[in-house]
Design a protein around this ligand. Structure first.
Ligand code: CA
Length: 222
């Protein structure tokens, strides 16, 4: 899962990137509205954290442009205290949720998790596939009640497949959702990660769809 952080205040921007990175997201960053608009328009984010008070182009305008261009990723806006009119403007511009500064990082992480979950059609924080259970809150993966030890990249990949169970996901799509923009991407490594995950779980859940990519399926289904 890949998240864009848009915040012009350097300390908060760093804290957001660190917290989301530690929580297992690939994180990109934009310090102003223009760069934010460009990234959100060209990269496939699973969620965006968008400050409204931004240099160059304000957050509400960025959001309005994205929505008018058909960009439908979930967006959490950050507003200053006691500015109820900003919240209304942000929500009317297409925001999915908001947080008022200052906020607790735990609350931001919970809201981002919920946005990503709901946008991929999941109400429960636990994603399941047969004996596999991925807890989006703790980042823990269980297989038949035993914890599966995954590397950060393996977790990102499995999490994306679990959020999109049943869908055919190409290597390119996986690459775009598990790496940030600065990473030296190589879609060949996806196959390596998939094979490592397959060895760590007892169920044949990750199917190769020849020439297309991968699909996570419930045991017994094709
Ligand atoms: Ca600001």
């Amino acid at each position: 899962m890949r998240v864009l952080v848009v915040e012009d205040e350097p300390t908060l921007a760093r804290q957001l990137q660190d917290a989301l990175g530690h929580a297992g997201y690939a994180v990109d960053y934009a310090p102003d509205g223009e760069e934010a608009h460009f990234l959100g328009d060209t990269e496939p984010y699973d969620a965006v954290v968008l400050d409204l008070g931004l240099p160059v182009l304000d957050g509400v305008s960025v959001l309005e442009k994205w929505r008018s261009e058909g960009r439908d990723m979930p967006v959490l806006i950050l507003t200053a205290r006691d500015t109820w009119s900003d919240k209304v403007a942000g929500l009317d511009a297409g925001a999915d949720d908001y947080l008022t500064k200052p906020f607790k990082m735990e609350e931001l992480l919970a809201r981002v998790r919920a946005l990503i979950r709901r946008s991929s059609g999941h109400a429960s924080p636990e994603l399941t596939c047969g004996p596999l259970v991925l807890d989006t809150k703790t980042g823990r993966v269980m297989n038949d009640g035993e914890q599966v030890r995954l590397t950060a990249q393996e977790y990102k990949l499995l999490s994306y497949l679990m959020h999109h169970k049943g869908e055919v996901i190409s290597r390119t799509e996986l690459t775009e959702h598990i790496y940030d923009q600065d990473f030296d991407r190589d879609s060949n490594t996806i196959e390596v990660f998939v094979n490592r995950i397959r060895k760590k779980i007892t169920v044949d859940a990750i199917k190769t769809v020849r020439g297309m990519g991968y699909r996570l399926v419930e045991p017994g289904q094709e």
